[in-house]
Write a protein that binds this ligand. Structure first.
Ligand code: SF4
Ligand code: SF4
Length: 322
């Protein structure tokens, strides 16, 4: 079942220009490439097959991708690609859904999006879909994929479930370590887009980049695009001045501490590589620190096992000399 066919989209060139311009800007590409991106989107319209698998997760990444207050780039992208399998969004169910998955795997050449961690303990018995172990589903689907995009902290590095008893891992990583469990699939382009949940702009731009150029953007050692994960939160924080001058939040309820640095409340901004401070969340409305909450570094492979407890000061993060 092709979900795009149910929606009868009427995309205009203006829509394509919007998402193309956005992608160029996010990846630091020349705006002169915008026509090339538009052309790729128009040529791909309804053709680029995408399979979205979901393992151990809260479905938060799906929610983040689908929830838009206005027609945004991600909704334009959803009308552009051919989303063949997505347990939450697809209209088909049961055998019909599984048949769609099998047929798309047989075709090959699709983009595979993985949401949720992959439990390896007990030979994968902790997560099954349609009677099959998620480990087997991931392996079979990854084998014929052209590229793999892991979304959210769970599918990238194991996320919160990594702290539990299921030996939950991401597709390539268990925390910071490569686990090699899917090495038999063979080499594939794998792009990791952590944070809990994934940011819809980062995912949209990554898919469009791949559809246009057939390549992955420049990645760091944990397979994250530098364009989104190349800078440190602490170096770009609006509260940094208060950090330097020793004004720290010690009581969330004290209005006199409004805007103070959150490091004593557990802020992990000094290790968090992301652009949340610039991109913001909820249609660019706000983000964690501006809302008064410490950054928990959900962009990092260490999250959550090695960054908890979330609200405790980590003494590896020194305080400035005053
Ligand atoms: S510790 Fe956190 S709140 Fe304080 S300046 Fe750094 S990132 Fe901002
Ligand atoms: S600001 Fe920190 S906690 Fe918030 S989404 Fe970004 S990395 Fe995660």
């Amino acid at each position: 079942m092709d979900i795009a066919s149910l929606r009868k989209p009427e995309l205009t060139r203006r829509d394509f220009m919007k998402v193309a311009g956005m992608t160029a800007a996010y990846f630091g590409l020349s705006q002169a490439l915008t026509p090339q991106i538009v052309q790729a989107l128009e040529e791909n319209n309804g053709k680029a097959a995408v399979i979205w698998l979901e393992g151990q997760s809260c479905t938060g990444c799906t929610e983040s991708f689908l929830n838009n207050l206005e027609p945004t780039a991600s909704s334009i992208l959803l009308d552009t690609i051919s989303l063949r399998y997505h347990e939450t969004a697809m209209a088909a169910s049961g055998h019909q859904a599984e048949t769609a998955l099998e047929e798309t795997i047989a075709e090959g050449g699709y983009v595979l999006v993985i949401e949720g961690s992959i439990p390896l303990a007990e030979d994968g018995a902790f997560c099954t879909v349609a009677g099959r172990k998620f480990t087997d589903i991931v392996r079979d689907t990854a084998r014929n994929a052209a590229a793999i995009i892991c979304v959210g902290s769970c599918a990238t590095y194991g996320g919160i479930p990594r702290s539990g008893p299921t030996d939950a891992v991401g597709y390539l990583f268990r925390g910071k370590e490569l686990h090699h469990y899917f090495d038999d699939v063979g080499p594939k382009p794998v792009i990791n887009l952590p944070t809990c949940p994934v940011h819809n702009e980062r995912l949209t731009a990554t898919i469009v980049h791949y559809l246009t150029f057939g390549t992955v953007p420049e990645l760091d050692q944990y397979n994250r695009p530098y364009a989104f994960y190349g800078k440190i939160q602490h170096d770009n924080c609006t509260r940094r001045g208060n950090y330097e001058t020793g004004r720290f939040v010690t009581d969330f309820g004290d209005p006199n501490q409004h805007g103070y640095c959150l490091i004593l409340k557990g802020c992990k901004g000094p290790i968090a590589r992301q652009d949340c401070w610039n991109r913001k969340w909820n249609n660019r409305g706000n983000y964690c620190i501006d809302a008064g909450h410490p950054c928990v570094a959900c962009s990092e492979p260490d999250f959550y096992e090695d960054t908890s407890p979330l609200y405790a000061h980590d003494y590896d993060f020194g305080l400035p000399p005053l």
